[in-house]
Design a protein around this ligand. Structure first.
Ligand code: CP
Length: 304
């Protein structure tokens, strides 16, 4: 059985194939009839054990654009609340002839764990602070679209690196494609193992912005913190928030990204988030085509 559990498990050729396939689907979803009949014989369950707006809707739309049958499961309204285990929950869903599972879960490694216990393709839609592979793929796809290629570009990921699955998946994806990667944030929000990831580390945002072609601004994930991390929100926005006045001090125009949801006025101000320099909504739009590609390629292996 084939899965997308993390970028860590992909090769450069896998990413290239996903992007070529996404190029085709991007053209499809811009047609008056936005659907293809490719997956009429496939049923997909979207299992969300954690909140989501973009990823959940983007997967559902991608699946429907491919003509798959789709069922949606939200843990908050399910029998998980009565004590049913993850494996029992998923095996009950699979007994209804489901071929593929898209899962978001708060525990790092939940997708890998599940893959050892069930007989279906699994797509990781975010597992705790571990990986969010489709987010990293759509981020790289969006850089490729805006700048022509990812290889050789200087990309800084700014903010709460410690709690971010977006950061880890982006580091793997960008390095796989030959980009130069920097992380920038307060020391308290950098993981202890950061030196092992082969990235540059910077704690001064202005220096990071001067170095980069692309800045990916992350949200501080207060929901994953059980102690008071320095700095406070006000100090954070002063030291690590991007605003137009700061960008105007640079001698070049950099590309601004954000995976969403945005905390306006904390990591990014509205005059940047809503500017032409930002590709935040392009990222969301590209997410549908990239997820169509991932699902299509995995489903073609189920059919073999
Ligand atoms: N980028 C992202 O994962 O957003 P959601 O949490 O809304 O899915």
């Amino acid at each position: 059985v084939n899965h997308l559990l993390g970028i860590k498990y992909l090769k450069k050729s896998d990413v290239d194939l996903i992007f070529e396939t996404a190029d085709h689907f991007k053209e499809v979803i811009n047609r008056p009839i936005k659907k293809v009949p490719s997956l009429r014989d496939i049923t997909i369950a979207n299992l969300f054990f954690e909140n989501s707006t973009r990823t959940k809707l983007s997967f559902e739309l991608a699946e429907k654009r491919l003509s798959a049958d789709v069922i949606n499961f939200s843990a908050a309204q399910s029998s998980v609340k009565k004590g049913e285990t993850l494996i029992d929950t998923v095996n009950n869903i699979l007994s209804m002839k489901v071929d593929m599972v898209v899962m978001r879960h708060p525990n790092p490694g939940a997708g890998v764990f599940l893959s050892k216990h069930i007989n279906a393709s699994i797509v990781n839609a975010g597992d705790g602070a571990h990986e969010h592979p489709t987010q990293a793929l759509l981020d790289s796809y969006s850089i490729r679209e805006r700048l022509g290629e990812v290889g050789g570009k200087n990309v800084v990921i700014v903010g709460d690196i410690l709690h971010s699955r977006v950061a880890l998946s982006n580091i793997y994806a960008l390095q796989l494609q030959g980009a130069n990667v920097m992380v920038c944030g307060p020391k308290t929000l950098l993981p202890k193992y950061i030196d092992k990831l082969g990235v540059k580390v910077e704690t001064n945002l202005k220096k990071a912005l001067e170095w980069c072609d692309v800045a990916n601004m992350l949200r501080v994930q207060n929901e994953r913190m059980d102690i008071n991390y320095f700095p406070s929100t006000r100090e954070y926005s002063q030291q690590f928030g991007v605003n137009k006045a700061l960008l105007d001090t640079l001698d070049k125009e950099i590309v601004i990204m954000h995976p969403g949801p945005i905390n306006r006025g904390v990591e990014i101000t509205s005059d940047v988030a809503d500017s032409d320099q930002a590709i935040i909504l392009e990222q969301v739009q590209n997410g549908v085509a990239v997820r169509m590609a991932v699902i299509y390629l995995l489903a073609s292996k189920i059919k073999q």
